[in-house]
Design a protein around this ligand. Structure first.
Ligand SMILES: Cc1cc2nc3c(=O)[nH]c(=O)nc-3n(C[C@H](O)[C@H](O)[C@H](O)COP(=O)(O)OP(=O)(O)OC[C@H]3O[C@@H](n4cnc5c(N)ncnc54)[C@H](O)[C@@H]3O)c2cc1C
Length: 474
């Protein structure tokens, strides 16, 4: 039986971070991946293809808007060309996850499904048993399919299949108002589909700060129809298409379409792992919880990335993976800090989120201040004709940043200075004390931070004191 210092189950963002990191430190590492290729969801069905698809749709949308400059753009979108663009992006980034790169680092790669046989031994499908001192579960997640009568009798899509469509749907229905569904729904609308998003809660983007949510929804509604508070009763076939039957505010609503997308959350890929053979506990949904040091209830077995059910982001998987390298290789108990974990919803405009929302600050009872700037006050956004958006930064009484939120074109990039300030524990004032090249988009951050100084210097006792000082010096 092969013996390893670290065995990693799952070759996605989380698992690859651990495998390369641990091998680079000199550990003997096994990486086990069931699908026959590395990269996981992010590369094959998630971040990369969806962003390539969104960009293609954005270019189509911009071209259509060029009519206002006298360019008469007409015609239908060639979905095979869109698909080719997506495939090219995936193929190009796939090179980073080439198995050879990992074998050169000293990682032994096994392609096959792994399952626990004891707390330290795994059985790999088609292979032998392997033994490891530490085991890292990085098995990811898959689309959760809700129990809707009739759903199994119609053809529907998830993020794993929707970008393979050869024909642009005329009328697309998206179940679910979370980021995955909204990003793809808006892109289909921009390519030319008539899109309805159906959400069972009273609002979409429920994790966002309410002010940000309101602006985002207003802009998104220009592209997609949003139905909230929808209680879905069933799905039926309707000619060549389908019909979604819901009750909204006690009234029946039938939505017809020729494409149905299901984006109603994620479920863990833990079923086949047989974690009970290792004594590892799962939660009610089957996710494998881990503490902040990423250990499960069995101390040499770690659970990271989507598998632990905490955050479903590639950068969260990477952050956890880096911590596990230290904890698994050196037996440390280092912890990850999720307080400042940011995320971005890549709709147009983008929605940026870090730290507390105002609702969370209120609920915690903490004394907080809010500084905010609308993008119509920022020269670059005015020049770009993209003035709808908002930056909102929450601080404590001394200016320590508790949360930062934005909605605006490219917000995922130009809000980055706030994350640096948060990471370095620099107050909001530090974001004002830098020179921003005029007229960049990040000036929205500076203008928001300027409000802190304005309040401190001009609204407090300082002007009275300086006036006295000037009079004295005269
Ligand atoms: C449409 C979409 C868009 C997204 N966009 C973004 C984005 O813009 N930014 C962002 O940060 N995140 C995004 N995400 C989330 C991101 O893709 C995931 O958080 C990330 O892929 C999780 O990485 P992971 O390593 O935990 O799991 P995965 O990438 O799912 O990898 C798990 C791997 O484990 C393998 N595996 C499972 N069980 C076994 C077993 N028993 N034996 C061996 N191998 C096994 C699987 O085959 C898989 O390759 C998006 C997700 C989706 C669906």
């Amino acid at each position: 039986m092969e013996k390893y210092d670290v065995m990693v189950i799952g070759g996605g963002s989380a698992g690859l971070t651990v495998a390369s990191g641990a091998a680079s430190l000199g550990a003997r590492v096994a990486l086990i991946e069931q699908s026959g290729r590395l990269g996981g969801d992010c590369l094959h069905f998630g971040c990369v293809p969806s962003k390539a698809f969104i960009q293609a749709a954005k270019e189509v949308s911009i071209a259509r808007k060029a009519a206002s400059f006298g360019f008469d753009v007409s015609g239908a979108v060639d979905m095979s060309a869109v698909k080719k663009r997506v495939e090219e992006a995936v193929a190009s980034i796939q090179q980073h996850d080439d198995p050879e790169r990992f074998t050169e680092l000293g990682v032994d790669i096994y392609f096959g499904r792994a399952e626990f046989v004891t707390p330290n031994a795994l059985l790999i499908e088609g292979e032998d048993y392997v033994y490891g001192k530490s085991i890292v579960i990085a098995t990811g997640s898959s689309p959760l399919i809700p129990d809707i009568p009739g759903l199994e009798d119609v053809s529907y899509h998830t993020n794993e299949s929707v970008l393979d469509l050869e024909q642009l749907p005329e009328k697309a229905i998206f179940i679910g108002g979370g980021p995955i569904s909204l990003e793809i729904a808006q892109a289909f609308s921009r390519l030319g589909s008539d899109v309805t998003v159906v959400e069972k809660a009273s609002s979409i983007l429920s994790k966002e700060d309410r002010d940000i949510q309101e602006v985002a929804i207003e802009v998104l509604q220009e592209d997609v129809r949003i139905v909230t508070d929808a209680d879905i009763q069933k799905v039926t076939k309707d000619g060549n298409g389908l019909s979604l039957h819901c009750t909204v505010d006690g009234k029946d609503l039938h939505i017809n379409g020729d494409m149905l997308f299901v984006g109603t959350g994620r479920k863990p890929n833990s079923e086949a792992l047989n974690v009970d053979k290792a004594g590892v506990e799962t939660d009610q949904k089957g996710f494998i919880p881990a503490g902040d040091d990423l250990r499960t209830n069995v101390s040499h077995i770690f659970s990271i990335g989507d598998a632990n059910g905490r955050y479903f982001f590639t950068h969260a998987a990477g952050m956890e993976g880096k911590q596990v390298v230290q904890n698994a290789v050196f037996g440390l108990k280092g912890k990850v800090n999720y307080d400042q974990l940011p995320w971005v919803t890549y709709t147009s405009p983008e929605i940026f989120h870090a730290g507390m929302t105002e609702e969370e600050a209120k609920e915690s009872g903490i004394k907080y201040k809010v500084y905010q700037t609308t993008l119509d006050e920022v020269d670059r956004f005015v020049a770009d004709h993209q003035t709808r958006g908002l930056v909102k930064i929450l601080t404590d009484w001394k200016g320590k940043i508790l949360g930062a939120h934005a909605v605006g074109e490219g917000a995922g990039d130009w809000m980055q200075p706030v994350l640096y300030a948060m990471a370095k524990n620099n107050g909001i004032g530090s974001l004002s004390n830098m020179t921003y090249p005029y007229p960049n988009h990040a000036a929205a951050v500076q203008q928001t931070a300027d409000l802190f100084w304005r309040e401190k210097l001009f609204d407090g006792p300082v002007p009275a004191v300086t006036k006295k000082l000037i009079e004295y010096k005269r």
